[in-house]
Design a binder for this molecule. Sequence first.
Ligand SMILES: NC(=O)c1ccc[n+]([C@@H]2O[C@H](COP(=O)([O-])OP(=O)(O)OC[C@H]3O[C@@H](n4cnc5c(N)ncnc54)[C@H](OP(=O)(O)O)[C@@H]3O)[C@@H](O)[C@H]2O)c1
Length: 286
Amino acid sequence: MDSENPLKTPVLVLGATSLIGGHLLERLKADDLDPFAVSRQPPAGDACWIDGDLRDPDISSHLPPAATVFSLSPIWLLPAALPTLKARGMERLIAFSSTSRFTKTDSPDAGERAVAQALAGAEAAVEAWCVENGVAWTILRPTLIYDEGHDENVSRIARLVERFHVMPLSGKGEGLRQPVHAADLARGAVAAAHAPTTRDRAYNLVGGETLTYRAMVDRVFEGLGRTPRSLPMPTWLFALLMRLAKPFYPGATAAMGVRMGQDLAFDSSEAVRDFGWAPRAFHPRF
Ligand SMILES: NC(=O)c1ccc[n+]([C@@H]2O[C@H](COP(=O)([O-])OP(=O)(O)OC[C@H]3O[C@@H](n4cnc5c(N)ncnc54)[C@H](OP(=O)(O)O)[C@@H]3O)[C@@H](O)[C@H]2O)c1
């Protein structure tokens, strides 16, 4: 497929320091595509990195010419940058969003509801702008992303397990999860960019297994070489625990407990059909 539909160059990666970014740059470099990479704090001494802030009204003076653009930064930063990207030659856009646009719509946490709204609004804006301006777009919505040691989902559970040797659960932790590896998403993004059928479409990208929150936690224990020891507790007690933990773990919210009982499961069969999406099963190794 790759040789039939070569990516148009130059290639630009926004959000190159994100979980997916390193894996994507590796793949693009392996294909001799010499991508440019954008960061507000680029590593020194590598000519492919560009110092750029998507909120900077003067971003146009920073960006190089690019025909294919991968956007891994928060999608709500993208609409304002689209005219500049087009002026620099963008013909093809592959932009990451998130299934949180669906799952956080009714969250008890106002911040999470705002994220869902921002994601949905940005997706609509990107789609409408690209249609109007002749740019082929693909939006990819991962579920929960992990990359052992680097993410704030699975790896955060691993850090808690290492520290406390036990993982508290709200209720029985029976909500369904589909953790997806950042390296699989990088491979998927390149495959989607090559496949003509993905033009002007959005896809949900789930991991290779659907399992309960509790089973996901058990796999984290196993990945650390430990015997699983999760601690189910009533939802009110978990919420109280989160409130007490908040000064030490600012990310701790009662909404996390509510979500442990909710199914956050999606279907990727269209991605399988259109660009051979084939993510790994969930066996993290730390
Ligand atoms: N983490 C998850 O579980 C998850 C789940 C579903 C979907 N997603 C989506 O997948 C993508 C990657 O997720 P992530 O969690 O690894 O990354 P993230 O935290 O959403 O985004 C971080 C990236 O965005 C860049 N960025 C942020 N503000 C910027 C600005 N003003 N100008 C330029 N770049 C800016 C950062 O670059 P610098 O800091 O280097 O400037 C960094 O590379 C995102 O689109 C995210 O919404 C994530």
